[in-house]
Design a protein around this ligand. Sequence first.
Ligand code: ADP
Ligand code: MG
Length: 585
Amino acid sequence: MTIHRLPQTVAMRIAAGEVVERPISVVKELMENSLDAGSSRISVSVIQGGRLSIVVEDDGCGIPREDLPLAVESHATSKISSIEDLDAIATLGYRGEALASVAAVSRLDIRSRTNQEDRGAWLRMEGGSSPEVDEQNCRVGTRVQVDDLFFNLPARRKFLKSARAELRRITKVVQEFSVAYPSVAFILNSDGKKIYETQGARDRVDVLKGLWGDEPEILTSSGARGPYSVILWWQRISKVSRVSVMAFVNGRRVEDGTIRAAISSGETHPGGNWVVWVETPPDEVDVNVHPAKTEVLFRHGGDLFAAVRDGATSMKGRSLPDWESRPLLRTGSPAGTYVPKYAPKGESLFRGVDPFPSPSGSGDDTRPRTFKFSSAPAEESSPLPVREQISDPVEVDEGPHISYLGQLNSGYLVFDDGGDMVLMDPHAAHERINFERIKKRCSSGYGTQNLATPVHLPPTMASEVDHMEARLASVGFVFSVGDGETLLEGIPDVPGCSSVSPVDMLRTTVAALSENTDTGEIMWLKWATLACKASVKLTWKLSREEAVALWRDLICCETPSACPHGRPAVLRLSSDKMASHFERS
Ligand code: ADP
Ligand code: MG
């Protein structure tokens, strides 16, 4: 075949494919144009994830009627005019290619009006045909409608993902813009329903709370190094190892390994959601690396690394508020909770536990010297069999009577077990109890606990949930979708997690499922970790009923002597040991 020039329309279509890959590229380009036009409100509406139709409408400066045909010409832009301008790009667009590319591969309709014009203009193009232009009554601002993307490039159209997958990407990009431009109001409608909205003129932290949820608290810090000013926001999620970073440089969303590495470079665990906002003179950063991609080049990458690392480190050092509420230790077992049915037969309680263990084996050095009982007066702690103090009967093997004596100021619980004295660490004991209950419960399948009030999920979570809904449902989560919002209606029925917030439980589960493919093995361990955090603390003053319930439940554990991490849960001082100590034997 001889060499020949491709017809202009074919060449345009091929070139357009480089700029416009899928619906999200169209949405991103159109929103960038709206932001460059100084808009304070941008609404995006898509049908079928943008495969059928995308409309982006703004209240920006508009395009003068005589310029409208130019706007859809290749390499026509109002944003730069000389090669020098390329070194200091202050707008999001500058190539003058987006509208021309979109026009080449779709049916395009633009209506626009500047505030100097009484009437606006209307332009229509189909697959790169020459534009039809007319006058049109419209509001100040611009409305761009892109229908049937790739209708004339069937090979490309085949590569589009499902409407759901395309919508997920679009939602993410709209959310990212809303974080970058908190003073602009954004609305996203999908198939006629509003699925995301910000109000504009608001604090960035408010936008982040809307996306991530109110809890845990969002921390912030700022700093500067060389030409880079950096502000960081971090929602620290201690149980989640995933570090999710949204980075912006001069208002442009970027993916950058330096920023990510700097966040993770500290010694502490950086898990959770991050926003990194970098401002720098435009000539310090080259955004012209890859068309339609988000990579950038920094002239002084070392300074940027140091600025982000220092900011992140200063936040990691901060202690976080204890936002978890105190769990209620139940003395009665509500329906549906695992009730221990028997104590190990013929075994005295914690018999295997070494009294006063010490490396030398002498035991004397670790002996407690003084005892101070805090709350239980002598009459109250008169010996009572355990079974009389609890509301639901447990078949405890015949054996010595137990009595609860009280709680030391240091938090340990003191019991008399047939003349032996047993000290219990309530936290370790509670951890052990929860651990074994969760293991047992999960080994027989996953149940659901319906929430009295369904919980609205923050948008970032809703989209994560969306693509692993089946797996989440298989472990007990129940969702419903109404008015474009995802509601959490039920959570796995996990013992020991009643004080864990449903969103927190979901977040931990989503993180666990996205890091692992084997659902069964990982789930109960993750939940057990959650339950550990929610276990009673050594410093809490416990009621007699709570203390007795701990005893009762601990004796039903397979390994009552230690918490799941191996720390001892109980310490026994036998009557023999006492007798020998007091030289009575
Ligand atoms: P670029 O953004 O790189 O300049 P585009 O093809 O995206 O190229 O847009 C071409 C021109 O059309 C822009 O330079 C701008 O003058 C005008 N334009 C496009 N969209 C809008 C809008 N929403 N509001 C005002 N002007 C717009
Ligand atoms: Mg543009």
